[in-house]
Design a protein around this ligand. Structure first.
Ligand code: BG6
Length: 511
């Protein structure tokens, strides 16, 4: 978040205000910003939806969302009442007609007169992707985009479904808005632990000298989820894990881990460095995808003591679906820093735990001077950045066990956010909404970045679209994915690391 705490007067229009995202994420985030006194003093929230809803029902639904999803738990009456004064109105509109957009324009003028100030106008598209183009065109026709410094649009993922569609969508948005007005969300970038990767790498002199091919053996990025596709079967069955998670969240994490040091924390400087990294990713060989990318789909199984159904049985999913719910990739970066260092990534639904972490495995020591009897448990150094659910960083190194005989053991040095800072980190959407209000685009995706990310995965996407995987489902719900994912890394003489939350579970069950 930037230093200027309270943004200028702001009018936030949420398209799709009757939907899930507004209820679960956006309004709980706004409410917490309000409690933390980050919301502008003059602020108006206006819901727009094709659904018809009374203003009273709209406010009631928003409170219900806050009660269920706010990180601070249920809203207290007094606090909610004060926040609810910012809920200005609900516009029921057919997005194909201009009427609703004219009402928006009128509301902006009225509020600016009342506040005696120019206001930021934020158009948040919390709608299905199919509506983005229509709404953008209408905003253009209604002249709602013409204030280049104050008018901003926020677009959610999925941003296109492949390189061509993302490129076309960018062109359409850029017909109406300037790039500086467009905020493309990747909510992973708003997570505290993800943002901290930059602080960790570039605010410390200690790690950067080791951060390259001379000292790092390989990197593993794991983003696992124990949930299935929940109520989003219709969307997910068209998307799959590669589009849903790899193209955006995993590649963004990779960028932060592997990019070159920025000269400044200017939004474009950071985004340029990330773009350089995406462009340096070695192209997947079209004729040999299987050695670099494997896919899986879950069958039924058990997770945390509960029987769960297979992907084919999920609502909204084609019973014969060939969509992947798991993807694992090996990629290389063609530059001086990373040449020949493999980056392994995996993500999937219905894995044993929700866990996101990045493990950086260092090379072994060049010469082992300890006697072999001391080395029973010897392991190379490892740095693990825990993104969620744990928010911490662990550095594993060797220490001598107490006693007259020399025996080495791996031990961990840990920094834990909550314990150190005695605070609950804000939700990603709090950070991102505040940044949009402040006009800080650092944590948002620029058009060229989105397209470069699509370009990276296109060979895999094409290969998977052309050939159907015959053995789906190929992993049991509650396991770490298909056998082929183990092979992908085992062929290089390495193995996936057990995420730390699992190590802890194993230790607890031994006690
Ligand atoms: C979304 C994906 O972008 O990220 C979902 O569409 C996924 O499928 C979600 O569940 C994971 O986000 P988080 O913050 O819960 O890790």
């Amino acid at each position: 978040m930037s230093e200027d705490i309270r943004p200028d007067p702001t009018i936030l229009f949420i398209f799709g205000a009757g939907g899930d995202l507004t209820w679960r994420k956006l309004v709980p985030a706004l409410y917490n910003l309000f409690l933390d006194e980050y919301l502008p003093e003059q602020f108006a929230l206006i819901g727009i939806d094709k659904k018809d809803m009374s203003e009273k029902d709209f406010a009631k639904r928003l409170r219900d969302g806050v009660n269920k999803f706010s990180r601070r738990g249920k809203a207290e009456d007094e606090q909610w009442k004060a926040f609810a004064e910012n809920i200005h109105s609900f516009i029921s509109a057919d997005f194909g007609e201009l009427d609703g957009f004219k009402t928006m324009d009128k509301t902006i003028s009225e509020l600016e007169d009342e506040w005696e100030a120019d206001a930021n106008r934020i158009y948040y598209l919390a709608t299905p992707p199919g509506l983005v183009e229509t709404i953008t065109n209408q905003l253009g026709k209604a002249k709602l985009a013409k204030n280049k410094t104050r008018s901003r649009m926020v677009v959610e993922k999925p941003f296109g479904s492949d390189y061509d569609s993302a490129h076309t969508l960018n062109e359409k948005l850029l017909d109406v808005f300037d790039e500086s007005q467009i905020y493309r969300i990747d909510h992973y970038l708003g997570k505290e632990t993800v943002q901290n990767i930059l602080a960790f790498r570039f605010a410390n002199a200690l790690f950067e000298p080791l951060w390259d091919r001379r000292y790092i053996d390989h990197v593993q990025i794991t983003v696992g989820e124990s949930v299935g596709v929940e109520h989003r079967g219709d969307y997910y069955d068209q998307a799959g894990a590669l589009r849903d998670m790899v193209q955006n969240h995993l590649l963004q994490i990779l960028c932060l881990i592997a990019m070159e040091p920025p000269v400044s924390f200017d939004a474009d400087e950071i985004r340029n460095k990330k773009l350089d990294l995406l462009r340096a990713i070695h192209k997947f060989p079209d004729n040999n995808i299987k050695d670099f990318a494997v896919r899986g789909q879950y069958g039924s199984g058990w997770i945390e003591g509960e029987k769960v159904q297979s992907y084919h049985e999920e609502p909204g999913v084609d019973t014969d679906s060939g969509t992947e719910t798991f993807a694992a990739l090996k990629l290389f970066i063609d530059n001086w820093r990373w040449q020949d260092v493999p980056f392994y990534m995996r993500t999937g639904k219905r894995l044993p735990k929700k866990v996101s972490e990045v493990a950086i495995q260092f090379k072994p020591v060049p010469h082992q001077s300890f006697p072999s009897t001391a080395l029973e448990d010897w392991q190379p150094n490892r740095l693990v950045i825990h993104i969620q659910p744990q928010e911490s960083i662990t550095l594993r190194f060797q220490a001598k066990q107490p006693g007259p005989i020399v025996t080495l053991s791996s031990v961990d040095m840990e920094f834990n956010y909550r314990e150190t800072f005695k605070a609950t980190p804000p939700e990603a959407y709090e950070t991102l909404l505040l940044d949009v209000m402040q006009g800080d685009a650092t944590l948002f995706m620029r058009a060229d970045q989105v397209e470069a990310a699509w370009k990276t995965i296109m060979p895999v996407l094409n290969a998977w679209q052309q050939t159907r995987q015959v053995n789906f489902p190929n992993y049991r719900a509650g396991s770490w994915g298909p056998e082929s994912a183990i092979e992908l890394i085992a062929k290089d003489g390495r193995s996936w690391m057990l995420p730390t939350v699992m190590e802890e579970d194993a230790e607890e069950s031994e006690d």
